[in-house]
Ligand binder design. Sequence first.
Ligand SMILES: Cc1cc2nc3c(=O)[nH]c(=O)nc-3n(C[C@H](O)[C@H](O)[C@H](O)COP(=O)(O)OP(=O)(O)OC[C@H]3O[C@@H](n4cnc5c(N)ncnc54)[C@H](O)[C@@H]3O)c2cc1C
Ligand code: FES
Ligand code: FES
Length: 1315
Amino acid sequence: MPITAEEIKNKLQSPGDDLVFFVNGKKITEKNAEPEKTLLTYLRRNLGLTGTKLGCAEGGCGACTVMVSKYHPHQNRIIHYAVNACLAPLCSLHHCAVTTVEGIGSMASKLHPVQERIAKAHGSQCGFCTPGIVMSMYALLRNNPQPSMHDVQEAFQGNLCRCTGYRPILEGYRSFTKDGGCCGGKAQSNGCCMTNEHTQEHDSSTLPVQKLYDQSEFMPLDPTQEIIFPPELMVKQPQRELRFAGERVLWIQPCSLEELLELKATYPNAKLVVGNTEVGIEMKFKNLFYPVILAPAYIPELNIIQNTQDGIQVGASVTLTVLGDVLRAAVKKLPAHQTEVFKAVLEQLRWFAGQQIRNVAVCHVPEDSEIKFFMYVSGLVNYWEKRVIEMDGKFFPGYRKTILKPEEILLSIEIPYTRKGQYFSAFKQSPRKEDDIAIVTCGMNVFFKEQSNIVQSIRISYGGMAPVTVLATATCNRLLNRQWNEELLEEACTSLAEEMNLSPSAPGGMVTYRRTLTISLFYKFFLNVQHKLSLDLLKEVFNIVFFLDSPSSVQLYQVHKYLDDVVGQPIMHLSALKQATGEAIYCDDIPCYENELHLALVTSTKAHALIKSIDTSDAMAVPGVVAFISAKDIPGSNMTGPVVYDETVFADDKVTCVGHIVGAIVADTQAHAQRAAKAVKISYEELQPVIVTIQDAIANKSFFQPVRSIERGDVAQGFKDSDHILHGEMHIGGQEQFYLETNCTLAVPRGEDGEMELFVSTQSASKTQALVAKALGVSANRVVCRVKRMGGGFGGKESRSTILSTVVAVAAHTVKRPVRCMLDRDEDMLVTGGRHPFFGHYKVGYMNNGRVMALEVTLYSNAGNSLDLSLSVSRALFHMDNSYNIPNIRGTGYVCKTNLPSNSAFRGFGGPQGMMIAESWMSDVALSCGLPAEEVRRMNMYKEGDFTPFSQRLDNFTIDRCWEECMQLSDFNKRKDAVEQYNRQHRWTKRGLSIIPTKFGISFTAVFLNQAGALVLVYSDGSVLLTHGGTEMGQGLHTKMVQVASKTLGIPCSKIHITETSTNTVPNTSPTAASASSDLNGMAIYNACQTLLQRLQPYKDKNPKGCWEDWVSISESSVFRQNLGYDFETNSGRPFNYFSYGVAVSEVEIDCLTGSHKNLHTSIVMDVGKSLNPALDIGQVEGGFMQGLGLFTLEELRYSPDGYLYTRGPGMYKIPAFGDIPIELKVSLLRDAPNEKAIFSSKAVGEPPLFLAASVFYAIKDAITAARAESNLTGPFRLDSPATPERIRNACEDKFTKLCPPADPGTFIPWAVQV
Ligand SMILES: Cc1cc2nc3c(=O)[nH]c(=O)nc-3n(C[C@H](O)[C@H](O)[C@H](O)COP(=O)(O)OP(=O)(O)OC[C@H]3O[C@@H](n4cnc5c(N)ncnc54)[C@H](O)[C@@H]3O)c2cc1C
Ligand code: FES
Ligand code: FES
């Protein structure tokens, strides 16, 4: 008899069982295990183990990785596996042992080699991803102490890092592998230990090039030293039902199938949960609620794996990892023709989520695995009966629906053997190869009549073409009894184009691409089968184009002549070890105050509307809720903004974007606050126009003022003098900063004189202080802002962090208690904006030989609903020439006002977009002249002493040196020949090569920000406390500043400490941004130290034989300002202190049928002056490059036409992962290039390298050009950024794309728009 809601409520009142598990060897008995609580929340909030981080809460970033160990009674052994603590329900851990980063080693006791190696190999910058990566590696080593490099790469498929570019992590951990730190000769020259060329090449230098760290210092791995599995857990799960009753949810773990079926009959609506990787997401993000959860993970019948006559039967609780092991073993053992489906499942498993998800998720749920259509459900069972059915088109009657009856459960599935004459393939196409949901998937199965190529039966199914998986039945029927030949192919393609149609407005967008993919993937299947049938021996086998290559790398830098000089040494990031052990404290790791409250934002769901009413009654009824805070609670001013006050702290009557902050709920826990925030009801009156895209803004003339322009020469005459003129356009999408640590603020009212102390994850302590003081109506001296470190910033925490810190401060002021808020990833992505999308159109005049004579370019940036820092995006105009000397040039820049969340700073701040458009016209010119792009670029490049369009002279211009070295380092000419040869031999994969320079101006374009301060306190024991205006977000600023102070004072780094950045030590600081922080703060520290030394001189003179400790006990502060400035009206002045230069060469391979690409090679030569710290600088170059790679090839923010952001987490928004790094990566810091304009002859490095990833984009464009040539298409073509698989495939026009023409724009409402 099904149970009623009232009865469930009563059961929640009765006490549940004790949950018994171990954490880091310590037994925990939890009497009130809450089914809605995740392991992560429990570790962080209940146990204070804050080493495990929260990056996304959706299993997509790996920051929360821990290791779970348990006794497996069926296998009679202990299994260890990495899991995402953010998805693991606490209640699923009964009788398990959890190991967190704190459990394997610490600074205080002993480091674990996994922690030591990532730190010493410079694989930890901001460190927020580091504990998760450490634990993924640790779990791998627990299972396999000598893994292969392939195993390491696979272990990291579920981990993301936004800072390092991954290379140093892989290199550091290579030392654990069988290959043991050697690239196997892949790097060939320049640094490969298997050759001598590297040292010989640089013989002219004073010392040979050295490694960035010494591998021989690494502690050995000793598997016998690991924490032992608690003997008490070497038992089966309890042979009785377990119940955990929470506030709203009842969790039941039955111990037998009978019990489970009985429970399902009693609670037909109960949800079965195994890995929780689907239900967890539904409950957290989709607002679904399941009051009863049944956990069948340990039921023996659901864990069976057995061979049957027809295939392998797998129980419904078997995880994907176990399934993979079973199938791999079967493939090894059985004849090849029997395992066609197994191999296809294995291929799909490789690209299914990350290891942490595969370790817990069951194998029958997957949405994007079409292979399931070739499986049998070998048991649907309920209390009364059992049935066996085929998983055909009828099994999934609707989106996320199956034909299972409510009281029924799935017992097992069967994966069939194939027979002789049967061929099977499965394909998955997704934006990112690793850990990504498919755009289109398919499973294709053909069976031939005996000893023939005549089709006896065929089945083709597609996912991603409808709410459910669909079979191409009509096409299959047409192919029956046909020979497997070109005619069949043609018929199949035409038929698929008709059958697999999609509305141009279909959810998910990418309509033309998805339609083309159905045909392209069939073509791959056709070729595979043809190949196997040996009718036509093809050279290319398509489904192995994208395998995991083991990466190799080289880093070159100039070794310092004086080894006792700390400046110039590759010193490890000073916090790296703490970051690797989880001991480094980030904002949300600060222990909770006793009376602390949590805050959740209430945001607008409309892009442009009047607020008619706000109903908080349901929200206030949620347990633990204390207050709803809104505009009326602001004691000071509701107007805010980093430059002009044109935005609100809380919207009062009008909202101007989806995500506009309307109010906030304050409650006892974050879960309660968030639940209540969702219950706030706001009614709106929608307003017109809703301006979302740049094109909308142009049509509505919606621009912020002023419109800026820069002009030099006589543009009209330049066009007249040119042999040719061309016009072109390019759109560059925006980019989410995706710092691994989302925005976080803890506000603590001090209780007297209006004082407020703020702990904030911000790049801009002073701006936070000022805006909070303004909102609270107090003077700045009552507000202290403190920043220990950030888990990444990249510009995203320069100004947008203040919208959260101000709200939290107002809330804390109102409730008079400490209030904390760390935004969830989806909230952060929604409210904080990102890099500005750009649209540019250009007119170029050029000569037959490719010399550009005149350029007119108009740039539009999408600023969103407030000005924020968007005028500084005029940096795009300063970079519209990139590195090219155009005699007659005019650029105009419009900042578009739209109904999107305000866009803001992001590494490069408009510069990359300006340069990207420059490279677009440069590429067009080369293509229309029919000349090699590298020749045209070189010919137009600046020379020493030339002037930029804004009249700044280029002194110490080093691009030509970078260019020559990069040509050499990459072996450009040889590589180019090889690319051309490859392209002649391959029709459906093409390679491309490109070399791109960058020239990046260093300084804030907002002149007053070019200043910094430092405070140096010397204590009587000789130790030095250093404070400066810059914040540490992973870039290693504090490390470099300690190096500067150490060199200046002449004392070891170990005597100097930086504890935090705070407004009560160094006031009125500039944000840590614009790459200028080392320059500015370094000079301030240098000046302060110099003054100190002068003051110490008399003591030194008095006691010349004394030491540092004998002379000291003083302090000194210093302010440093740069004298810069540029006037747009008169085109005069000096906007930049100097320029940073670099050049990159990249080679890629594209799959013309799917649009995927592989980064084969990148060489970078970067001028960083005389490096302060080559390890940190190379880290910035590689990390910046990888962010650029995301910007130009992968990351796509997708908005609905009414301004709703779809891409709100790592599930939908893909940043580069481990598998995206170039297979071969060489980085060289230009030698002998001191820069007299910055501290100790160094140069800024944070932003300049990002643009070098454009070399990958233009290599892709080069490959597409080769593909288009096969269809006789030549000359310039438009390719917008990012070069996603969709854009690449659509640009490779061929007979298949012709079958799927796009609908006419304007005739339909698209699902997503290009903003
Ligand atoms: C980061 C991430 C990446 C992902 N990547 C992919 C991907 O690449 N491809 C893909 O297809 N999916 C992907 N998924 C989705 C998800 O992981 C899979 O669908 C997974 O197989 C779900 O398994 P689970 O055990 O975690 O499911 P749970 O959340 O535990 O349950 C899933 C569903 O199955 C039902 N269920 C479980 N057991 C039974 C049973 N015995 N009888 C009847 N119903 C049952 C549950 O009631 C529930 O509705 C991803 C998810 C995440 C979080
Ligand atoms: S926080 Fe768990 S995977 Fe991102
Ligand atoms: S070091 Fe990996 S995210 Fe910052």
